[in-house]
Design a protein around this ligand. Sequence first.
Ligand code: ADP
Ligand SMILES: O=P(O)(O)O[C@H]1O[C@H](CO)[C@@H](O[C@H]2O[C@H](CO)[C@@H](O)[C@H](O)[C@H]2O)[C@H](O)[C@H]1O
Length: 472
Amino acid sequence: MNDMHTGLKHYIDSARWFGGKGREWTLGEIRRVGTLPHSTPELTAVIELVEISYADGDQEHYQVPLALYPDSQERLEHAFIGMLDEPGLGEVHAYDALHDREAMSLWLQAFAAAADGKVTADDLAFHRVAGHELDTEAHSTLFSGEQSNSSVLFGEDSLMKVFRKVTPGVNPDVSIHEVLTRAGSDHVAALYGWLDVVDEETDSTIQLAMLQQFLRTATDGWELALASVRDLFSEADLHAEEVGGDFAGEATRLGRALAETHTTLAEHFPVDVLTGDDVADLADAMRGRLRAAIEVVPALAEHADALEHTYAALAGLDELEVQQIHGDLHLGQTLRTVRGWKIVDFEGEPAKPLAERLLPDSPWRDVAGMLRSLDYAPRAVMMTGQAADAVHEDTQEQLAYRAAEWSARNGAAFVTAYADGELTDAQQTLLAAYTADKAVYETVYEARNRPTWVDIPLEAISRLADNRTETP
Ligand SMILES: Nc1ncnc2c1ncn2[C@@H]1O[C@H](COP(=O)(O)OP(=O)(O)O)[C@@H](O)[C@H]1O
Ligand SMILES: O=P(O)(O)O[C@H]1O[C@H](CO)[C@@H](O[C@H]2O[C@H](CO)[C@@H](O)[C@H](O)[C@H]2O)[C@H](O)[C@H]1O
């Protein structure tokens, strides 16, 4: 039978949330950061932080909540990690606690006990935001999506996101949800609470999990957009506004929802105005990302001059406003509910350090992210062959025409609603630069994750470049 160390190594390596796959790594210290209140010798729920050391010297910490049982639990066989010698209990069977309803019930009870304040156990602190009474009888179900964190649903009442890769400091997902919830925003799932621990080693707080409103009627924005594209492609001789499933109304509502969210964020987080060298630095950072991307995707090089014009126009702006934004916005981060659009996952770009993700940035980065997503949707349908049975004799050329039309129609609806009218010249410059920057990032993302999709952002960059050469 597996000892804990071997078991954990194997478990982490095969976990969807582990971001170190393909790199050489060793498992270092396994540190107990807390035991859940009301644990008993029959079931002890604990939280471990495990240290991962990579061959190149990088280190990361991952959270692994465990359910410890004196006897083997047949119902949890799929979540077995290893045997552990537990002081006072002897040899116990350790399971991934997120798969275990009994252990998850202890987590939920701890949040409930915090009422509208805070309850502590060891160094763990469960915090609650006033305004919602938790359904403590609710059974837990682990979400099975493609996620970098793990989410557990409690009945139809609340959803708990357990952060897997953890770093000391404030997680923007918690802090932004807290601010937007207290401000009464209509465009996020309300925050019910969060769990953190004071890390003795660094004497700083590590945020471990957040509990939020479960949006029962939600449909993923990306799936909704794909369905609209499929409707259009099934009648490829008709225009987008003539077929069922037109997305323009949704794109308009999404634009308004983002504008309102930015306004609320600007009211509660610092706003700054960048001028001179600071604006030039932004453009330089984009140039740097382009240079790095060309190393990975050499086909980008032929568009470098055109992109340089776009970045130079950004550098020429007198000033630009920065504030707290989402930072990683695309249709997959939006949910359409019966009460309108909600935006999820305010964690920012996972690759960036936490402190950097809380820095003010231009809201046009979010607008560009969504615009890129509206460009992706029809091309993804074509790429994955989802249009195949619908189109029969329609040529790829016809579909490509319809794809461009869908993106242009919905992109325009979204941006016009966001800006509440036509864009100023400065706004157009900002949007062009951030859209180019995002598309450059996407070429690298696709080359590394879905190489057959790399043409989607490459073609977009080529179109951006053509537009630049056509404009005097
Ligand atoms: N409050 C919610 N209610 C219902 N579903 C949600 C909620 N929040 C997120 N989801 C679903 O869970 C998925 C993953 O959530 P997300 O916050 O993006 O997690 P991760 O940080 O792991 O990417 C989302 O794409 C969405 O479909
Ligand atoms: O969801 P994440 O925050 O992990 O974002 C990464 O993965 C996204 C894909 O899931 C990727 O988004 C790109 O593909 C989407 C379609 O699958 C499209 O809607 C986005 O516009 C496009 O950027 C994202 O870039 C990456 O950071």
